[in-house]
Write a protein that binds this ligand. Structure first.
Ligand code: NAP
Ligand code: MG
Length: 488
């Protein structure tokens, strides 16, 4: 057995071995809560490293796809058990590496374990249907076949759950994988891969190659031996990957940004709406693709809602997510912090009013981190950049409307369509929201950012390639249907 890390330098995992990159070069991963804290170093890999990982995955797939679903499932159960033992360590690493609080990363690790178990069970569930043939003496049915080698490209905002919700279904349906994690959270991903190794997966079934998006990410999109690409990240990069995949006829799946609205109707339970808006907008420092970023409020309750929202926002404690009593950590990286500042300026320039935050909090403990206060703008109109573009930070725009009907029009007036919530006690409002809201996830009297692992997840419009992840829906991407006709 080879070791994954030497002197805090993490290797790539290729063909069942931890190996250094042919570049001889590494990349530093730092703690966004304290930039003097180095979490580790990862390989700055080359195209040759990727080629070698793809070759291992391709070779391993020949045997892996021959196992029964139950056997593959047993491996995933084993990974889940290993991860459960290492939960605290993995969560702590993720908090140090991306900044969200320990409570959140522990929850995320538990989510990862539950996803592994869900897909382990999937290995024993049905894969096809019997379809009546017009020939009475024939049997016609569908079965599923794996794609082959799947390239997995992940972002930093859910450094544990996203790699797992892509890798687990890929493996259970008989594919092998090469993962390229976000560089900002590559150490956490290496630890996840260690769990697969510890669980005894055959060599080459899972491989990790770290490095830059433009070399390894683009390399995956272009690689002739990668049959499917599953990507979560920004809109621009996603579209580029889609085009590269399309050019060579590979299957692809893109999950991208959002500009998720919450509608607060005049008949809503305002305390519930405030609670959910705060959780949806500011948990994980607003860096969830399903985060609430627009709050659309009926004018009758606008002042009451705003007052309660500001009072609750005031209570948010900001700081190092490893510390007790901290509710919100820093932004995950310097770019993200800069993006939030840019949108604060844009909001002011556009004539919106800043009613909370917008600045780095004051105090010694904030000096070495990428901290920002929760930020709230009002007097926002739907055409402003802060109401149209994804910020990916703890940032909300309050928009006043005269009716739920107008609220729905505003809610739909963006290029994205990932998740959306309404707070109302009126059944007619609920039904029109369900029918008219263009979003992959519509939630009633619940925050925009809740997702359950056994249900399909994905967006409409510019938020996704219109495929769905998670739950049973994952089968559609990670397999191809084979229609079988048998005549004796
Ligand atoms: P990103 O910059 O698009 O990066 C995502 C992944 O793509 C990373 O692994 C990145 O590698 C890689 N990459 C970068 N440039 C590439 C290229 N030219 N070719 C191929 N791959 C490349 O996104 P991010 O900043 O990490 O994440 C934030 C974004 O993700 C937000 O827009 C958010 O909405 C979206 N997101 C969406 C969902 C969803 O399910 N809809 C979930 C989470 C996040 P490096 O890290 O090395 O740059
Ligand atoms: Mg990035």
């Amino acid at each position: 057995m080879t070791v994954s890390t030497k002197n805090n330098i993490y290797s790539n995992f290729i063909g069942g071995q931890w190996v250094e990159s042919s570049s001889g070069d590494v990349i530093k991963s730092i703690n966004p809560a304290n930039t003097n804290d180095i979490v580790g170093y990862v390989q700055n890999s080359t195209k040759q490293d990727l080629d070698s990982a793809v070759a291992s995955a391709k070779k391993a797939q020949i045997q892996w796809k021959k196992l029964s679903g139950a056997e593959r499932g047993q491996y995933l159960y084993n990974v889940a058990n290993v991860m459960e033992k290492r939960l605290d360590e993995i969560a702590e690493c993720a908090t140090r590496e991306m900044g969200k609080t320990l409570a959140e990363t522990k929850g995320e690790t538990s989510r990862g374990i539950a996803i592994l178990r869900y897909y382990a069970g999937e290995g024993m569930r049905k894969v096809g249907d019997v379809i009546p043939s017009t020939d009475q003496e024939a049997l016609m049915f569908t079965t599923r076949t794996p794609l082959g080698v799947v390239g997995v490209i992940t972002p930093w905002n859910f450094p544990i759950a996203i790699p797992i919700w892509k890798v687990a279904p890929a493996l259970i349906y008989g594919n092998t994988v090469v993962i390229k994690p976000a560089t900002d959270t590559a150490v956490t991903c290496a630890k996840i891969v260690e769990c697969f190794e510890e669980a005894g997966l055959p060599a080459g079934v899972i491989n990790i190659v770290t490095g830059s998006g433009s070399v390894i990410g683009q390399g995956i999109a272009d690689h002739p031996d990668i049959n499917g690409i599953t990507f979560t990240g920004s809109n621009g990069i996603g579209k580029q990957i889609g085009q590269s995949a399309l050019k060579r006829g590979a299957k692809y799946q893109l999950e991208m940004g959002g500009k998720n609205p919450v509608i607060v109707a005049a008949d809503a339970d305002l305390d519930l709406a405030v609670e959910a808006t705060i959780a949806g907008a500011f948990r994980s420092t607003g860096q969830k693709c399903t985060a609430t970023s627009r709050v659309i409020i009926e004018s009758d309750v606008y002042d009451a809602f705003k007052e309660k929202l500001l009072a609750k926002t005031e209570e948010i404690t900001i700081g190092d997510g490893l510390k007790e009593g901290i509710w919100m950590g820093p932004c995950a990286n310097k770019n993200q912090l800069q993006t939030v500042f840019t949108y604060v300026q844009k909001g002011l320039d556009e004539g919106a009013s800043l009613v909370f935050g917008g600045e780095q909090p004051k105090g010694n403990e904030y000096e070495n981190g990428f901290y920002i206060q929760p930020t709230i703008f009002e007097n926002v109109t739907s055409n402003m950049a802060i109401a149209q573009e994804e910020v990916f930070g703890p940032f909300i725009a309050l928009i006043k409307v005269d009716s739920v009907k107008e609220g729905l029009e505003v809610a739909n007036d963006v290029q994205y369509g990932l998740s959306a919530s309404i707070f109302t006690t009126n059944i007619a409002h609920m039904l029109s929201f369900i029918n008219e809201m263009d979003a992959g996830l519509v939630r009633i009297n619940a925050e925009s950012a809740g997702v359950e692992l056994q249900a399909p997840f994905g967006g409409m419009k510019q938020s996704s390639s219109h495929s769905r992840e998670q739950g049973e829906a994952a089968k559609e991407f990670f397999t191809s249907i084979k229609t079988v006709f048998v005549k004796g």
